[in-house]
Write a protein that binds this ligand. Structure first.
Ligand SMILES: CC(C)(COP(=O)(O)OP(=O)(O)OC[C@H]1O[C@@H](n2cnc3c(N)ncnc32)[C@H](O)[C@@H]1OP(=O)(O)O)[C@@H](O)C(=O)NCCC(=O)NCCS
Length: 169
């Protein structure tokens, strides 16, 4: 059983290992968005190298004007040689428990491309159908990505329109 390592920031070498294996690892480069760094990182290593990663941050959004603290999840990646062994799934399951028990946030929230929806749905995340406004340096814009949420206690706010009040993550 692999041990999950938790760090507050990634080294340049870890970033290169995790995100440097393709031009457009997350498929979002064409969108040319500005992104927000994560506050905490969960990693699997192999032979001293980072091979799988999930990043999180804590942030207050508004839903129909009501402030709600969420755990932002992003940078979900496994290097090609280690894919399809359940590593990302284990990190996502660990993340869900951490967000509920340690940070005690109302929900997890992530951005993804349509092809990833089924993957996250299998991990109990739900698609947000309502409008989501995200911040960019030029001002607020409708999210050009799908938004998914993992309810951790209350679900009624899945019904409201969301203002992220932050760069996406
Ligand atoms: C998506 C990703 C993180 C999965 O990592 P992983 O460690 O291989 O994931 P797991 O082993 O937990 O799960 C693999 C399963 O997810 C499935 N899967 C992978 N990508 C998928 C997708 N886009 N849609 C649906 N299922 C997908 C695989 O087919 C596999 O299923 P199987 O075990 O039934 O064959 C990895 O493929 C990756 O790094 N992709 C590039 C970065 C990326 O797109 N990240 C998501 C950003 S939102």
């Amino acid at each position: 059983m692999k041990v999950i390592r938790q760090v507050e920031s990634l080294t340049a070498q870890e970033k290169q290992q995790l995100f440097g294996w393709a031009e457009n690892v997350f498929g979002v480069e064409p969108l040319q968005l500005s992104w927000r760094p994560k506050d905490l990182h969960f990693l699997f290593d192999s032979d001293g190298k980072a091979i799988s990663h999930v990043g999180i941050l804590k942030h207050e959004i508004t839903v129909n004007g009501e402030a709600i603290t969420v755990g932002g999840v992003g940078g979900v990646v496994t290097v090609p040689a280690a894919q399809k062994q359940g590593l990302a799934r284990q990190l996502m399951q660990h993340t869900a428990i951490f967000l509920a028990r340690e940070w005690q946030v109302a929900a997890g929230l992530l951005f993804c491309l349509p092809e990833m929806v089924a993957y996250y749905e299998a991990l109990r995340w739900q698609r947000v159908e309502n409008p989501v406004l995200i911040e960019q340096p030029t001002g607020a814009i409708p999210a050009p990505l799908l938004v998914m949420m993992l309810p951790l206690g209350r679900e009624e706010w899945l019904d409201g329109s969301i203002e992220l009040r932050s760069l996406p993550w």
